[in-house]
Design a protein around this ligand. Structure first.
Ligand code: OAD
Length: 239
């Protein structure tokens, strides 16, 4: 192992409280498309037509078709070495919180326990009328899906212009404030408020390590950056 990775691993072993912020890049090696970059979803699709409450109000069929397509992709794939390494780390660090922007559910499938899903889950639906949220793993889901109360069901994910689930956000800020070590993995770091969690951890004195193939706006506040694939480097850091 290179000396820089050794140093990071040593520090990790002494960490009492680890927070991890993940984005689409951690699932890329499993085959889940990222949002930005060369082959990113937002290169081929317009978020305002598919990922806003207004889009759903004006064309729920189209929005559900797009989510069905993403559900089909995600249902066929498995967690990768990066997801499994984080699940392994959780066992050894006294206080561990995994904050993810991903809606794919792969962290939980890999065995992670303390997971905060900041942007919701593609495997949950929420009723537009009674607001009840429930798990739904149908692939494909019947378009248009209805709640028991008769209301229209929508994907229980956060769309552009919507607030994040309050409980999840509060828990994420609290974990970031209390962490002595934070990994920021596979996120472009431009979507708020998720990106600000790294700043919160920094202000609170955490040691910050970014794992990303490319520099991001968060790179400048990092104590160390690792420019490798998450699935290649994270297993080396498990102790
Ligand atoms: P992005 O698609 O914006 O960024 C993915 C990041 O992962 C990029 O910085 C890549 O360089 C990096 N990356 C790709 N493959 C990698 C690998 N194998 N190992 C390490 N890094 C890798 O995804 P997010 O930052 O997650 O929001 O996007 C944030 C939010 O924007 C998403 O949650 C979604 C989107 O609009 C909502 O849907 C609300």
């Amino acid at each position: 192992m290179n000396p820089e990775l050794e140093k990071i691993k040593e520090r990790l072993k002494n960490s009492a409280s680890l927070a991890v912020l993940t984005g689409a890049g951690i699932s890329a090696e499993s085959g889940v498309p990222t949002f930005r970059g060369k082959d990113g979803l937002w290169k081929s699709f317009r978020p305002e037509e598919l990922a806003t409450p207004e889009a759903f109000d004006s064309n729920p069929e189209l929005v559900w078709e797009w989510y069905n397509w993403r559900r089909e992709i995600i249902s066929r794939i498995r967690p990768n070495q990066a997801h499994y390494a984080l699940a392994d780390l959780e066992v050894n660090v006294p206080d561990f919180t995994l904050i993810t922007q991903n809606v794919d559910g792969l962290h939980t499938l890999a065995g992670s326990k303390n997971v905060i899903e900041l942007h919701g889950s593609i495997w949950r639906v929420k009723c537009q009328r009674c607001k009840k949220s429930s798990e739904n793993r149908e692939v494909p889901i019947n378009i248009l899906p209805r709640c028991g109360c008769g209301g229209l069901l929508r994907p229980d994910v956060v769309w552009f212009g919507e607030p994040l689930p309050e409980g999840a956000l509060t828990a994420a800020f609290s974990a970031s404030s209390g962490a002595d070590f934070m990994f920021v993995i596979g996120t472009s770091g431009i979507v708020q408020p998720a990106a600000s969690l790294a700043f919160r951890a920094k202000e609170s004195g955490a040691y910050l390590v970014e794992i990303n193939l490319e520099p991001t706006p968060l790179s400048k506040i990092m104590d160390a950056v690792i420019r490798s694939k998450a699935g290649e480097v994270l297993p080396e850091l498990v102790f």
